[in-house]
Design a protein around this ligand. Structure first.
Ligand SMILES: Cc1cc2nc3c(=O)[nH]c(=O)nc-3n(C[C@H](O)[C@H](O)[C@H](O)COP(=O)(O)OP(=O)(O)OC[C@H]3O[C@@H](n4cnc5c(N)ncnc54)[C@H](O)[C@@H]3O)c2cc1C
Length: 418
């Protein structure tokens, strides 16, 4: 695959070169090969991969780096090969490889492998067989476990008869508190300029392949490519361009518990897990000195990125505590609850694509399960931003900006708004 660094003469968006140097405002040059907006998990990875290719990169973050108002904070996100579609399983294999590259480059340990257990109660609405079929198709080994086998291996679980488990050994924790700073540090080491507390207020297309990024403090930056990694804030910038996506933002929360037998919840004894029931819950072993963490998947109310509250929802906490009481009775005792934003597409598939008609504007949305892929997304986004059309992601059209469900929902919203 021809990369930016491989053949600089073919740079599709080489504005810095075409301009024969860059104007300087303060210590910041105003012309870049690529600008990344949003330096959470995904934007930080994109900044690194772009800079690694030799591109002149500017990253802009509206808050301080590592702030907790977005989606990529705290110390644990599930990473797993077990998914309902083969395309995701294949993508997850590449994600593991991409994280390992970042670990090697940074010297940091970002992943902790614990194994992963998908649990389907007898009345589970989500077909666990789809997970098994997708892994089989992708050549990933896993093990079926019945209720008795699960209870023998992990007596922490109290499960109804008929509950089935899928154990996949390669799963575990991706740690944003290590992964995000690692990506940011590597980006800077490769020459990227990352600016904190700079809010982007607009993106303009001056001509084909010539974009201007405007900031709240009155600066303007020129570039050939923009990577928009702004998750819950995405439509603030896409809307004025006429390309708003039908996204739903919900305020979710995770809770850490104080287990009576902490050793039984250490990563070597307790795998990450997903409960494929209704409601659906997920959880982690103890990690970085804090006891098992549990959340409900889409258990929160709809909100907006700027209008959300940070107060935990007591009803949500009661649902999680009730689940633990029933199924993990020794993990009781909440010690801390933290809120966080989900940004959902209608089909919950990602967006990794150029905006239709604006090939220099690339959008990334993790659809509330994207952290595990951040290191890989960085690579894919760099390919897209630097014009490598062979960078098509698995599943033709699966992650496109104008797939039918996104177009249909956008049209429905427009009609409803009138
Ligand atoms: C509770 C919870 C649990 C989750 N669990 C998992 C899991 O187990 N596994 C998994 O893979 N994924 C999980 N996810 C999803 C995953 O965390 C997200 O998909 C991913 O972190 C999104 O990363 P991001 O960089 O796009 O978003 P963010 O981290 O929110 O980053 C977006 C950044 O853009 C900045 N920004 C926005 N607008 C502007 C602007 N105008 N100018 C400058 N900067 C701007 C924001 O300040 C923010 O820093 C979970 C999410 C939540 C909330």
């Amino acid at each position: 695959m021809s990369s930016f660094a491989d053949n600089a003469a073919e740079r599709p968006h080489g504005r810095a070169q075409r301009h024969g140097g860059s104007a300087i405002v303060g210590s910041v040059s105003t012309s870049y090969d690529a600008i990344v907006i949003g330096l959470g998990g995904i934007g930080s990875a994109a900044a690194y991969r772009l800079a690694q290719r030799g591109a002149r990169v500017l990253g802009l973050e509206q808050f301080e780096l590592g702030h907790d108002r977005g989606a990529s904070q705290d110390e644990s996100r599930i990473i797993r090969l077990s998914y309902h579609r083969r395309e995701y399983v294949e993508l997850a294999k590449d994600a593991f490889a991409a994280w390992h590259e970042v670990e090697a480059a940074s010297g940091d340990r970002i992943l902790t492998i614990t194994g992963g257990l998908d649990l389907a109660p007898p009345d589970a609405p989500e077909a666990i067989e789809d997970y098994a079929a997708a892994m089989t198709a992708a050549g990933v080994a896993f093990e079926w476990l019945d209720t008795a086998a699960i209870a023998r291996r992990w007596p922490q679980w109290r499960l109804d008869d008929g509950t089935r488990g899928l154990l996949q050994e390669a799963a575990g924790i991706a740690d944003p508190s290590v992964g995000n700073p690692a990506h940011q540090r590597l980006a800077r080491e490769h020459g990227a300029e990352l600016l904190e507390r700079v809010k982007v207020t607009g993106i303009r297309e001056e001509a084909a392949g010539e974009l201007t990024v405007e900031t709240a403090d009155g600066r303007r930056f020129e570039t050939g490519a923009v990577v928009l990694a702004t998750d819950a804030w995405t439509n603030d910038l896409l809307g004025p361009l006429g390309h708003a996506l039908p996204l739903r933002v919900t305020r979710e929360q995770v809770t850490w518990f104080d287990a009576t037998d902490r050793a039984a919840f250490e990563p070597d004894r307790f795998p990450i897990w997903i409960w494929l029931g209704e409601p659906s819950f997920y959880g982690f072993p103890a990690h970085r000195g804090r006891g098992p963490k549990v959340g409900q998947d889409i258990g929160g109310r709809e909100t907006t990125a700027d209008g959300r509250s940070f107060e935990p929802d007591p009803d949500g906490l009661a649902r999680v505590a009730g689940f633990l009481e029933q199924h993990l009775p020794t993990a009781l005792g909440p010690t801390r609850t933290k809120t966080c934003l989900y940004t959902l597409t209608p089909d919950r598939d990602f967006v990794l694509d150029c905006v239709p008609g604006m090939p220099g504007l690339v959008v990334a949305l993790g659809a509330a399960h994207g952290y595990k892929f951040a290191a890989l997304f960085g690579r894919i986004l760099a390919d897209l931003a630097l014009g490598d059309r062979r960078a098509k992601t698995p599943g033709e059209g699966l992650f496109s900006c104008d797939r039918p469900i996104l177009r249909a929902a956008s049209t429905a919203n427009l009609v409803a708004d009138r």
